[in-house]
Design a binder for this molecule. Structure first.
Ligand SMILES: Cc1cc2nc3c(=O)[nH]c(=O)nc-3n(C[C@H](O)[C@H](O)[C@H](O)COP(=O)(O)O)c2cc1C
Length: 200
């Protein structure tokens, strides 16, 4: 047995924040998660969706990706390498604040541009995606606890549709940025989620 198979292959993890706040509650959650990942001698690529240079604010529905054999978006902007990293990762973490009972526009732009990671054949009624077999983890922060199921639904349904494992941790009680640090036991819980994601 070679060394790599003895210790297991390190997980490839990409973590995308959809918060426009660099040090807000969502990034705090992601920080604790990454501490857990690193405790397993693993690392993650961290991307702030809010600061990508984009030519399109979302998917333009041009459908050009459907004519390519590669799983790739034809729009050549800051989202393109993010999509490539998602396609290569074992674990995809999407972190978002709750905005009006839904995800932030910044993380929705990532999700919609992931259209290019699927191939549909409508005539044959088939779908293939490079996402199958990966794990999707949703981390989210919110002030109140109304709308948390609505926030989770598109991620959970996307994971089911794509044949991905899914896990989520949605944390209410975090109003202004920094407030999330006052929630007892939360850092340990998120740390363990990151540790499990890296180790499993
Ligand atoms: C545009 C906007 C919309 C929001 N909508 C909601 C909401 O519908 N429900 C809620 O509980 N909190 C809402 N919040 C509060 C944020 O979800 C919450 O403070 C979150 O922890 C902020 O994360 P951040 O520090 O990473 O920005 C909203 C905040 C903003 C700026």
């Amino acid at each position: 047995m070679d060394e790599q198979s003895e210790v297991g292959m390190a997980k490839s993890i990409v973590a995308i924040s959809g918060s426009p706040r660099r040090n807000g509650n969502t990034m705090t959650l992601l920080g604790w998660f990454l501490d857990g990942v690193r405790s397993e001698q693993c690392d993650a690529e961290v991307i702030s969706a809010a600061f990508l240079e984009l030519k399109a604010s979302g998917c333009t529905s041009c459908r050009s990706c459907q004519k390519l054999s590669e799983y790739e978006c034809v729009i050549d902007d800051g989202m393109k390498p993010v999509l490539q990293k998602i396609a290569q990762a074992d674990v995809i973490v999407m972190a978002t604040p709750l905005y009006f009972f839904s995800m932030s526009a910044q993380i929705k732009a990532v999700l919609d541009r992931m259209f290019s990671l699927y191939k549909w054949d409508n005539a044959a009624g088939t779908m293939r995606t490079v996402l199958t077999g990966k794990k999707l983890i949703l981390l989210a922060s919110a002030y109140e606890d109304a709308g948390l199921d609505a926030l989770e639904a598109p991620f959970k349904l996307t994971a089911e549709y794509s044949g991905m494992d899914f896990e989520s941790l949605i944390v209410p009680g975090a109003g202004v940025s920094g407030e999330i640090r006052r929630i007892a036991g939360l850092p340990e819980k998120v740390f363990m989620l990151g540790k499990r994601a890296a180790g499993s």
